[in-house]
Design a binder for this molecule. Structure first.
Ligand SMILES: [Zn+2]
Length: 234
C-alpha cells in the first residue's frame, strides 16, 4: 500500500510539481509546503532592545513566566501566518519539524531555555486532539526535544476544560476564558518540584494560555517556567 501511494504521489508530483505555499515557486527536493528561501525571509524576532522590552512588558511583567522566546513575528508576516495555518491543517509533521529545528537554533545558546529539566507542550483538550488527530505544539516539542536532548513530557499538563476559541476575546476575555483550564497530571505532582520547565506553544498571542499553564506548574513547585514558540505577537 505504501509503495502504491508512493507511485501515485510521484506521478502527481511529476504532473503537478508541488509549489511553495507562500511564493508559489516549485519546491526543491527535501522542501515541503514552504521553500527554504521563504523560511529564510520570514520576519524574525531579533534580539533588539525594543523587541526584548516589548516581550518583557507583555508577557513577563507578572512573573508567572520567567522568560519567553520565539522565532518569528506572527502578525507582521503573512508567510508566518500561512506556516502556522499549515501546521494545523495539512502539513503538520513537516512544518512542526521545521519549527522545532528553528526554535532549537534560536535558543541553543540561551543558558536558561536550553538548560531546562524538561519541556512540555501546551495541551489540547482530548476531544480537540482526537478531532485534529494530533497536538501541533506536541509535534514541535518532540522535534525540539530531539534537537536539544531535553526530556519531553507531552502529558505533563492536561486541558481539563473545553474552552471557546481564544480568537473571539480581547486580552482580559482570554485570561478569563482560559482560567482553570489546565491541571498537572497526577504522576508529575511531586516530580516538578524545583524543576525548570520549558513550555512549548505554536503561537503566543496575549500570553494568557502560557501564563495559565505556568501558574499550574508554579503552584506545584516548579522553580522556573519558560516559554518558547514558533511565533509571537508583540
Ligand atoms: Zn517560497
Amino acid at each position: 500500500m505504501d509503495t502504491l501511494l508512493g507511485i501515485v504521489e510521484a506521478f502527481v508530483n511529476f504532473v503537478y510539481p508541488p509549489t511553495c505555499m507562500t511564493c508559489w515557486r516549485d519546491l526543491k527536493r527535501g522542501e515541503a509546503f514552504i521553500c527554504m528561501k521563504c523560511w529564510d525571509s520570514f520576519e524574525r524576532v531579533s534580539p533588539t532592545e525594543a523587541i526584548i522590552q516589548a516581550i518583557e512588558r507583555k508577557f513577563l511583567i507578572d512573573e508567572t513566566v520567567d522568560k519567553i522566546d520565539a522565532v518569528f513575528l506572527f502578525e507582521q508576516d503573512p508567510g508566518v501566518r500561512t506556516a502556522v495555518h499549515l501546521l494545523k491543517y495539512g502539513g503538520a509533521e513537516k512544518i512542526a519539524d521545521r519549527f522545532g529545528i528553528l526554535i532549537a537554533g534560536k535558543i541553543v545558546g540561551d543558558p536558561k531555555l536550553s538548560m531546562c529539566d524538561m519541556l512540555a507542550p501546551v495541551p489540547l483538550h482530548p476531544a480537540r486532539k482526537r478531532e485534529r488527530g494530533y497536538n501541533q505544539s506536541e509535534l514541535i516539542a518532540e522535534r525540539l526535544s530531539g534537537e536539544l536532548g531535553i526530556r519531553h513530557e507531552p502529558d505533563l499538563l492536561r486541558r481539563v476544560r473545553q474552552t471557546q476559541s481564544q480568537t473571539m476575546f480581547d486580552a482580559e476575555g482570554r485570561r478569563r476564558n482560559i482560567a482553570g483550564a489546565f491541571s498537572i497530571a497526577e504522576r508529575f505532582t511531586s516530580e516538578v518540584k524545583g524543576k525548570k520547565i520549558l513550555l512549548i506553544d505554536d503561537v503566543i498571542t496575549t500570553g494568557s494560555t502560557i501564563k495559565e499553564c505556568a501558574g499550574v506548574l508554579r503552584n506545584n513547585g516548579a522553580s522556573e517556567v519558560y516559554g518558547a514558540a514558533a511565533a509571537v505577537t508583540i
